[in-house]
Design a protein around this ligand. Structure first.
Ligand code: NAD
Length: 476
């Protein structure tokens, strides 16, 4: 596939390409242009030229186009899901959910089209004031490979409905679904240059976008380390920034929890998308009195997970998305064994057999008796490995859960209202779930505290991230 700049499909200025590999088979699926600084600059120029035309349309006209695009996405859901599974690795059912999620988010923002207007404010002994909300101009979106379609929607939905134009840089190993979704937006009537997709390395294309003086806002999703680099570069241009970064979500299971539900929650919370979800359950704290029963049930659940190529039927977990991630997970688990940092209850290996030899598969893994200093508890484990720690009290669970630089999500599993209240007040996280984990919705604000990021996506407040507020005061 080619990049999409100014309504045209184009090659990169440098004439080079990136290979896109199916992580389940190792096969080459496609190539995309390896974008350069020049390509980023051309895309920003295209977005800048398109801005005044797009900003002068009414929000309702914009909603009409986005709504049409969401409809086409729904019609082509199956084909888009296959493409997403081929480049990302997730099971087809998860890919279909994600494609539907893309359409849901777009439609949600269409519904807000009439809502973002200024206010009239009487000013005592002076007169009155009113506020006006205006789009910012060219925005840049930089996204990761774990949920490329959903995260694209989280960025383009609020940016486009509020009248901005956009340059999006997909992750280098999952650009195909993003490029196809952008072509659907054009088919739905989006004018040339309103959305532009530049493929290529983050250090080149991403940094050029962040530093371009014509880019007014950056919305970044990715690792905390990359987020810090983006924030540093953006600071010199005093740009608005949203950073949606990593997490190390804790799941707290009290002795009164419904253990059947908690096991199902842990299985989905950890192993959905092969553990590569920012809000995945990455550390599990369980009350001692129910730990043995819980761990046994969870072990059985994990052993029953069917691993394989996401395109095949009845698969629960696909491969990791890329070699870097696969090597990282293998190294982490090897460390557990070498440094005696816990007992592997189940999993811990690359599955045997020819069928696996070219895919980035790793067994779903449960590790218990993990000491506090283990890398499993300190780092963001972005893969199918779940460390379990036994605790005596809720206070101990909360203290251990909060012992992290991250603060994205957290869940508490209990039937006791006081425990639920205390957990939701004291756990340091941007989103707290009670008796569930992982659920997100377009209506609900999403984002982290601490090193998990700055700003919020989803919900009506996300719109204000893409609008400037101007105040006009009138003396009477
Ligand atoms: P990453 O930081 O390596 O890459 C993210 C994007 O940034 C990619 O498009 C990449 O090419 C680009 N990039 C890399 N270096 C850059 C630079 N110097 N300047 C500008 N852009 C650059 O992250 P990843 O490995 O693709 O994604 C996994 C991470 O994303 C995990 O930490 C995960 O928790 C996080 N994540 C967070 C959320 C959230 O909403 N909080 C959602 C999904 C994923």
């Amino acid at each position: 596939m080619k990049m999409q700049i100014g309504g045209k499909s184009v090659e990169a200025c440098g004439g080079e390409y990136l290979d896109i590999i199916n992580p389940a088979t190792g096969e080459l699926i496609d190539r995309v242009p390896r974008g350069t600084e020049d390509d980023a600059a051309i895309a920003v120029e295209a977005a800048s030229s398109a801005f005044s035309g797009w900003a002068s349309t009414s929000p309702q006209q914009r909603a009409g186009i986005l709504y049409r695009a969401a409809g086409i996405v729904r019609q082509r859901k199956d084909e888009l899901a296959v493409l997403l599974t081929r480049e990302q690795g997730k099971p087809l059912a998860e890919a279909k959910n994600e494609i539907e999620g893309f359409a849901n988010v777009l439609e949600y923002y269409c519904g807000l089209a009439s809502s973002f207007h200024g206010d009239f404010i009487p000013v005592p002994q002076n007169g009155y004031a009113f506020t006006v909300k205006k789009p910012l101009g060219v925005c840049a979106a930089i996204i990761p490979w774990n949920m490329p379609a959903l995260i694209m929607a989280w960025k383009i939905g609020p940016a486009l409905i509020s009248g901005n134009t956009l340059v999006l840089k997909p992750a280098s190993n999952t650009p195909l679904t993003n490029l196809t979704l952008a072509s659907i937006l054009s088919e739905a009537g989006l004018s040339a240059g309103v959305i532009n997709i530049v493929t290529g390395p983050g250090e080149v294309v991403g940094e050029s976008l962040v530093q371009s003086h014509k880019v007014k806002r950056i919305s970044f999703t990715g690792e905390a380390g990359t987020g810090k680099r983006v924030a540093e570069l953006a600071a010199s241009g005093m740009k608005k920034v949203t950073l949606e970064l990593g997490g190390s979500d804790p799941m707290l299971i009290c002795d009164d929890a419904n253990l059947k539900d908690a096991v199902a929650g842990a299985l989905r919370g950890r192993f959905y998308n092969c553990g590569q979800t920012c809000t995945a359950v990455k550390r599990l704290f369980v009350f001692e009195s129910v730990a043995e029963e819980f761990i046994k049930k969870l072990e059985t659940g994990i052993r029953n997970l069917r691993i394989g190529n996401g395109l095949h039927e009845n698969i629960d977990m696909g491969p990791l998305n890329n070699r870097r991630q696969w090597e990282y997970i293998k190294e982490l688990v090897a460390d557990v064994e070498e440094k005696d940092e816990g007992r592997i209850v189940t999993g811990g290996r690359v599955p045997e057999g020819n069928v696996w030899s070219r895919g980035y598969f790793f067994e779903p893994t449960l590790v218990e008796d993990v000491p506090g200093e283990s890398r499993l508890l300190k780092e963001e484990v972005f893969g199918p490995v779940l460390p379990v720690v036994r605790v005596k009290t809720l206070d101990e669970a909360i203290e251990k859960a909060n012992n992290t630089c991250y603060g994205l999500g957290a869940s508490i599993w209990t039937k006791n209202i006081d425990r639920a209240r205390i957990g939701s007040e004291e756990l340091n996280a941007g989103i707290i779930w009670l008796n569930q984990h992982l659920k997100v919705a377009p209506e609900v604000p999403f984002g982290g505290i601490g090193e998990s990021g700055i700003g919020r996506e989803n919900g009506p407040d996300a719109l204000s991230e893409y609008l400037d507020l101007k105040t006009v005061m009138i003396k009477t």
